[in-house]
Design a protein around this ligand. Structure first.
Ligand code: COA
Length: 233
């Protein structure tokens, strides 16, 4: 089994900084354009890129875990390339990710300001100034057009009618105070993906991987342990 982490819009694999040491052998990908090269225009294109990435490395039975747009990529992958996957994790995400038009307006006006506004939406009520700064730094090298392209990709993404086709073991985790992908989005996934597990992390926002890393890692660890037992049985 190979655990692969996929980051969200306008971010990099550094999003998973608090997970990588806790899950030896796990890998956090940097999607195309994040920060080098051209990015992909759609969630499906990111999933196609990921298919090539997995094939090239010969990874088997991948456990694909995506945050936010990374969760959308994970959903898309589960619907199109489930043969590559053993299980999925959907973290602070949804089957449809419409973007508030205010985000596009601010991005067009002032990229630095847009990043600060986005931070206010991303961080939960108990996020520390250090965590806020870390999230800001993770995005520092991402170009404006890449961030905007990602938000457009999210805005077009919609698999609400198809998520019930997913038959893989599925872990769903979200923060109770997530303003970007509210609990309702995760509940929707849980109601439609048979056998899925839903965990709502109290007092966490959209950046729950960082804000509540210990609790998130415990939930993921239990899920992986359970999967490991299934594989060896
Ligand atoms: N799962 C479950 N329900 C969802 C959903 C999802 N992934 N996405 C949307 N819905 C629901 C909405 O809650 C809404 O339900 P309601 O009619 O009972 O209120 C309905 O589907 C329609 O939603 P939507 O298409 O998003 O249109 P909207 O006019 O309600 O709002 C936005 C549009 C963009 C303003 C709003 O979606 C929003 O503020 N989103 C969060 C902010 C954001 O930009 N997030 C970034 C995600 S990366």
């Amino acid at each position: 089994m190979k655990v692969l982490f996929v980051h969200g819009a306008g971010n990099t694999g550094a999003t998973w900084r608090a997970q990588i040491p806790a899950f030896p052998g796990a890998e956090a990908v940097d999607l195309p354009g994040h920060p080098g090269g051209p990015s992909c225009p759609t969630v499906e294109d990111y999933s196609d890129w990921l298919k090539g990435f997995i094939d090239q490395r010969g990874y088997q039975k991948v456990i694909l875990i995506g945050h936010s747009m990374g969760g959308a990529i994970t959903l898309s992958h589960a619907l199109r390339y489930s043969q590559q996957l053993k299980a999925i994790g959907l973290i602070g995400t949804g089957a449809r990710l419409r973007i508030n038009p205010v985000i596009f307006e601010t991005l067009a006006e002032d990229y630095e300001k847009a990043k600060e506004v986005a931070l206010d939406f991303v961080m939960g009520p108990e996020a520390t100034p250090e965590q806020r700064e870390e999230w800001r730094q993770q995005k520092a090298d991402i170009r404006r057009e890449v961030a905007e392209g990602d938000y457009r990709a999210c805005d077009r993404f919609d698999v609400m009618e198809r998520v019930d086709e997913i038959k893989l073991p599925t872990l769903i985790v979200c923060g109770s105070e997530d303003k970007l992908t509210p609990v309702k989005y995760s509940q929707f996934l849980h109601d439609r993906i048979k056998g899925s597990q839903l965990h709502v992390v109290p007092r966490a926002g959209h950046a729950l991987l960082l804000e509540k890393a210990e609790e998130f890692n415990r939930i993921l660890s239990e899920f992986l342990t359970h999967l490991g037992r299934e594989v060896s049985n």
